[in-house]
Write a protein that binds this ligand. Structure first.
Ligand code: B1M
Length: 215
């Protein structure tokens, strides 16, 4: 694959127009969408995070970099997601209450759709009641939660408690993810599974609904 470090730079600078143009040109030239994501786009967001931590960047820079990332990602997700897999099950996904980060969650949702899952996306800042309500009387659903903040990840436990209190915990599988989440944390809160990336989330979801992992 060619060198698309300009894509990294465009996202880092929050230049959505440039990020879109480079991504379009890269795809037209046959670049691999998952490589664009892993070699340039996610590292750019990591660098944005680092600059924010050392106060070189502030919230406006996070916002515009996030927009540039989303613009480029919209071009990639149809290709990342396209697998033609048969319906595999239902997933209810959301970023938990208090948390507005949705880039990773959206990527996971698109990849799950591509993996054959019927996905209901509850959006961001989702309270426990909304997850419970969305499950309703359905069986065999996966409840998928994302969190990017150490202050909001703890809310995942509240969602699991709410599912228990509603008497529906045994009817659903719970999977969690997001930058601060670990397998240990997932185990502590009683989740059924954890993945640290979007394609791993599809493999995990297939395992949770009892399907073979190779799709
Ligand atoms: Co914020 N932010 N942010 N932010 N932001 C982080 C997360 C931070 C790590 C930056 C830093 O300090 N280095 C830091 C959190 C620190 C902490 O909690 N320890 C932080 C902070 C502090 C904040 C604010 C508090 C800043 C402020 O206002 N003072 C504020 C909080 C707002 C809120 O949510 N209430 C805030 C706001 C924002 C923006 C809104 C400006 C913007 C988000 C835009 C948007 O999402 N629409 C933003 C951004 C862009 C970031 C960084 C720079 C990038 C996040 C991102 O999109 N990554 C981020 C730093 C970083 O992560 N490096 C940062 C790319 C994305 C593809 O990765 O989401 O990790 P990620 O998803 C991955 C995996 O985690 C996994 O798969 C994805 C693909 O591989 N995954 C799952 C995710 N969900 C999954 C679910 C699964 C399975 C896998 O199963 C269900």
């Amino acid at each position: 694959m060619g060198d698309y470090s300009e894509l990294y730079q465009a996202i880092l600078e929050g230049n959505a127009k440039k990020a879109k143009e480079i991504t379009e040109a890269a795809l037209a030239a046959g670049a691999d969408p998952s490589e664009l994501l892993s070699r340039y786009m996610i590292p750019a967001m990591d660098e944005v995070g680092k600059r924010f931590e050392c106060q070189e960047y502030f919230v406006p820079e996070l916002l515009i970099a996030g927009r540039a990332m989303k613009t480029a990602l919209e071009l990639l997700t149809p290709r990342l997601a396209a697998s033609g897999a048969k319906a595999a099950g239902k997933v209810i996904i959301g970023t938990v209450k208090g948390d507005l980060h949705d880039i990773g969650k959206n990527l996971v949702a698109s990849m799950l759709e591509g993996g054959g899952f019927q996905v209901t996306d509850l959006g961001v800042d989702v309270p426990a009641e909304k997850f419970v309500e969305a499950v309703g009387d359905q069986e065999g659903i996966i409840v998928a939660m994302s969190a990017l903040l150490t202050t909001t990840m703890v809310y995942m436990r509240e969602v699991i408690k709410a599912l228990e209190n509603a008497g529906i915990r045994n009817r659903v599988k719970v999977m969690v993810g997001g930058a601060p989440i670990t397998q240990q944390f997932a185990d502590q809160i009683g989740a059924d599974g954890y993945s640290d990336n979007a394609s791993g989330a599809v493999t995990l979801a297939r395992r949770l609904v009892g399907l073979a992992t190779a799709a």
